[in-house]
Design a protein around this ligand. Structure first.
Ligand code: AMO
Length: 434
């Protein structure tokens, strides 16, 4: 529509054509208003019943909410209108009439349950808050891309169909690949390492990861967006520094470019960019601090996973993003390097938000023999990983990296209760469509 004007740009004194959705109809008797909404805002369209053509009035007042219309008319100043201007229509064209019964109220005045909202996502995202989340999601991706470029990392895209899993602990989704067994990738882990070992050195990817998690929680998805980094000649400390800079860049981008969206979400006043550096606690200090908080029935001992209650209590105590470093080697995947002076300790780290884990990473084992030993120690067949390990025989530099859970970053940044709010069409135990 070449001659279309956005509602936000409709200035008094001209004739414009605006197009959008019927947000609301207010019939006051002799006069009626249709509030038309587009991506930039809303505008009032005035119908004076006595003074206008009957057909026009009939079309205007017969509109059902959420119908898509195009309105041509003069724009005039009107201090009582929500945006200070209104349109007196010359013509109203109905481009797509909406059913009179809607499954949810897109003005947001009436709350709907999350499953109803997800089943009707197009309608749901016409709410300002929904639109705000996805504008911010786009801004986060833009900001992290720019920050990665500043860190000399090249954007890559890796295959999502793979022959082996990498992340022990979560299950794989099997698929059939021309009669052979294959899987949906749990992580670009091995590919990003192979790319970092090439002359590219530093790479990043934002893409889907597939996890056949059995549990259904407000913080797990079966398909999530992973923001991955891998850098040659980086150790775990370098990787943590880059990780902090990317997280901070995401917050800064949102602070700078999404003021209206933060307001729509009602979090503009408390929104703050986290300060660097983030505190670092070793795994040992972490379990001691959780034990001292006295929130668990049983004291944690070396090698235990951190239970959610413990993580939550420690998060509240620390009150900001923090790293947990030096995890026991046995709880980290085979590709994570152990400390040379203590093989029970790994270089693996997690970045925590007070509410949950956001990132896992570490320095990688780049020595061929040690890598094979690590695979065997975790009960994996080195033969199955030959496509990956072979590169380690042809000059693999020391390297390190990490992955941020994209939706968890959005969820924690925007104080969302459920991770599904941060995904257009979430995949979980129940949900395969839309
Ligand atoms: P990990 O398995 O810890 O590490 O995943 C990295 C981050 O991804 C997010 N995440 C998820 N988010 C939502 N739903 C899920 N089911 C889910 N699973 C993971 C979390 C998590 O911290 N290859 C390593 C990373 C690396 O070492 O570079 C990996 O995948 O925020």
């Amino acid at each position: 529509m070449d001659d279309r004007t956005y509602t936000a740009d409709a200035a008094p004194g001209g004739t414009v054509t605006v197009a959008g959705w019927v947000h609301e109809i207010r019939d006051l008797g002799g006069i009626a208003f249709v509030i038309l909404r587009d991506t930039t805002g809303r505008i009032q369209v005035k119908f004076e019943k006595e003074e206008m053509d009957d057909d026009l009035v009939e079309t205007g007042l017969g509109l059902s909410r959420e119908s898509v219309v195009s309105v041509t008319g003069d724009v005039e100043e009107e201090p009582r209108a929500p945006t200070g201007v209104e349109i007196t229509p010359e013509s109203v064209e109905v481009l797509s009439a909406a059913d009179t019964e809607l499954p949810l109220d897109p003005t947001g005045k009436v709350d709907a349950e999350l499953p109803t909202r997800l089943d009707n996502r197009t309608l749901d995202l016409r709410r300002e808050a929904g639109q705000a989340i996805f504008s911010i999601r786009g801004e986060i991706l833009r900001a992290v891309r720019e920050a990665f470029r500043e860190a000399n990392a090249t954007e890559i895209n890796t295959s999502k169909i793979v022959a082996t899993g990498t992340e022990g602990g979560t299950e794989l989704f099997p698929i059939t690949y021309f009669g052979r067994e294959a899987f949906m990738n749990q992580s670009p882990q091995l590919f990003k390492q192979l790319a970092a070992g090439s002359n590219l050195e530093r790479v990043f990817e934002t893409g889907p990861i597939f996890r056949a998690e059995e549990h259904n929680t407000p913080r797990h998805l079966n398909e999530a967006t992973s923001i991955d980094f891998e850098g040659a000649f980086c150790d775990d400390d370098d990787a943590m520094e880059i990780c902090e800079s990317i997280v901070v860049a995401a917050y800064e981008g949102v602070a700078e470019n999404c003021a209206d969206e933060l307001e729509a979400l009602g979090i503009d006043e408390e929104f703050t960019v986290p300060e660097r550096p983030f505190p670092r606690l070793s795994y040992e200090e972490t379990i001691e601090r959780i034990n001292a908080l006295g929130v668990l029935d049983d004291q944690l001992v070396w090698g235990d996973d951190l239970p959610t209650e413990g993580e939550t209590a420690l998060g509240a105590d620390v009150g900001r993003h923090y790293f947990i470093t030096d995890w026991p080697a046995e709880v980290k995947p085979f590709y994570i390097m152990d400390h040379d002076d203590d093989e029970a300790l790994s270089t693996g780290f997690d970045l925590m938000h007070p509410r949950m884990e956001l990132v896992s990473g570490g320095q990688r084992e780049h020595r061929y023999e040690k890598l094979i030993e690590g695979l065997e120690a975790q009960g994996l067949d080195p033969e199955a990983f030959e496509y990956y390990t072979r590169a380690f025989r042809y000059g693999m530099p020391p390297h390190a990296g990490w992955a941020i859970g994209g939706e968890r970053l959005i969820m924690t940044m925007l104080e969302l209760d459920n991770i599904r709010e941060a995904v257009l069409f979430p995949r979980d135990r129940q949900r395969l469509s839309p």
